[in-house]
Design a protein around this ligand. Structure first.
Ligand code: GLN
Length: 484
């Protein structure tokens, strides 16, 4: 059951080959069997899931079911779920049970999907290895000594080990695409504004976007159909029709113009990863595409710009975690200042504190112009590079990450080395563009992801480009031996 596509699962549910309750139990059993070693889930929602499955089975019987009704999924623990803990992998929210559902969760529930549980992640989505979680690191199913990537590492490990048919993630600087790359998955970060951020615990509000982590482009398209759309509760969500993302999956790529930014193939890129990416790009030539080198001249500004903008926004977003309204509160505070200081001191982990301090500094009077304003100017330059590039090409391709999965603990003492794991993904978020990572091969048994970057709202085109590659290759179908 766990190697079927969403379409196959849907057909089986509709034909009555098995019920949603049986399918859900199958995945809950897999989670119970493997979560101990992977640490992919923070909360397993057995009871909640079986109840949803029962309701889905009723819809299936009554012929009121949609395409995804009865199919289980896992949500990153950043999406608020009514009645189920939402921790954002922080001690601060260890006891937080949201009184409402995030829009993404609400829409997916309305489609009749079944929530298996909430997946582990870097604390407040800050990280590239899933090692900053209060609940401990997540293991990569391809090699348990290595990280799954981050921050959506729990969703990625879940998918790599096939503990769910599909999962949600969020991407502020690469957190869907980079773990997709390290775990052999198809991950899509939509255009900023395509998916509602309402009820998604904010990290950096001008960069955060939710999207699917899937086994294939077709599966990602099916989930995006449910996730995307305008939401009046998110003032940055865009009022624009949602196409059927599956309708154009098989369109021809004849004449597609692919741009390869020379800055994405610099000395920081592992040579075996580079060779794998080059092979993948040759495959696109055989599918009818033409390749040209392009330049994104301000690429070097992306990481420093991001590490001013994202911390600035997080320092502001996380100020609500004050020990008063919700979340962790210290014992026996002496006075209000002590309550704030100790609740926050105890509730936040080291990386989160580092970001809050960097952000508060960058926003403080006297430094605002030098850092925050300057970063916003750099952000514009980065967006303009893409605008220029998309005058010449239809899609931009390159590596998703500079290396394959690294060892747990390898970069934890060196934040800058960790920050560089997202060197090729961050500029997409700064520009608000859609980006994907798709499986493109292996280096020493570890997956390599090919990144696709599209123009605004061209998710359908990216999915089409990914799908045709997946019709011609079988990288995306590979599952680690231990989790077959
Ligand atoms: N790794 C980046 C960071 O630590 C991106 C995280 C993300 O996309 N949520 O901020």
């Amino acid at each position: 059951m766990h190697n079927k596509s969403l379409s196959e699962l849907s057909a089986s549910l509709h034909q009555g080959d098995f019920t949603s309750a049986e399918l859900t139990q199958h995945y809950l059993d897999r989670i119970n069997k493997y979560n101990g070693e992977l640490n992919a889930f923070i909360t397993v929602a057995d009871e909640h899931a079986l109840k949803q499955a029962e309701a889905a089975d009723l819809r299936l019987q009554q012929k009121t079911a949609g395409k995804l009704t009865g199919i289980p999924l896992a949500h990153k623990d950043i999406f608020c779920t009514q009645g189920l803990r939402t921790s954002s992998a922080s001690k601060m929210l260890d006891n937080f049970i949201s009184p409402y559902d995030a829009t993404v969760v609400e829409k997916i529930n309305a489609a009749g999907m079944v929530t298996l549980g909430k997946t582990n992640m870097d604390e407040f989505a800050m990280g590239s290895s899933n090692e900053t979680s209060f609940y401990g690191p997540v293991k990569n199913p391809w090699d348990l000594e290595r990280v799954p990537g981050g921050s959506s590492g729990g969703s990625a490990a879940t998918m790599a080990a096939r503990l769910a048919p599909i999962a949600t993630g969020t991407d502020t600087g690469g957190s869907i695409r980079q773990p997709a790359s390290l775990c052999n998955l198809t991950g899509l970060k939509p255009t900023y504004g395509r998916v509602s951020r309402y009820g998604m615990i904010a990290f950096a509000s001008s960069l955060d976007q939710a999207g699917p982590l899937a086994a294939s482009a077709e599966d990602a398209a099916l989930l995006l159909n449910e996730m995307a759309g305008f939401d009046e509760r998110d003032s940055t969500s865009v009022e624009r029709d949602v196409p059927d993302y599956t309708a154009t999956l098989s369109d021809s790529l004849q004449g597609l113009k692919i741009g390869l930014p020379k800055e994405f193939f610099d000395e920081g890129l592992d040579s075996d990863v580079a060779a794998t990416i080059e092979t993948a790009i040759k495959m696109y030539e055989s599918l009818g595409a033409t390749i040209r080198e392009i330049t994104l001249p301000n690429s070097a500004l992306a990481v420093p710009t991001y590490y001013v903008v994202a911390p600035a926004e997080c320092s502001s977003n996380l100020s609500r975690m004050d020990g008063v309204r919700f979340g962790h509160r210290c014992d026996e505070p002496k006075d209000l200042d002590d309550l704030y200081a100790r609740s926050r001191g105890e509730g936040f982990g080291e990386e989160v504190k580092r970001r809050i301090m960097m952000g508060t500094y960058a926003l403080s009077a006297g430094y605002y112009d030098a850092y925050y304003l300057k970063a916003q100017q750099c952000r514009r330059l980065i967006s303009d590079d893409f605008k220029q590039a998309f005058k010449e090409v239809d899609v931009i391709m390159g590596p998703t990450a500079p290396t394959t999965a690294f060892k747990t603990g390898e970069k934890t003492d060196d934040p800058i080395a960790m920050y560089l794991a997202d060197i090729y993904t961050i500029s997409t978020n700064l520009a608000g563009l859609p980006g994907m990572s798709i499986p493109a091969g292996f280096v020493n048994g570890l997956p390599v992801g090919l990144q696709l970057i599209g123009n605004y709202f061209e998710e359908a085109k990216l999915l089409n480009i990914a799908h045709l590659y997946q019709q011609a290759t079988n990288w995306h179908q590979q599952v680690p031996d231990a989790f077959q």
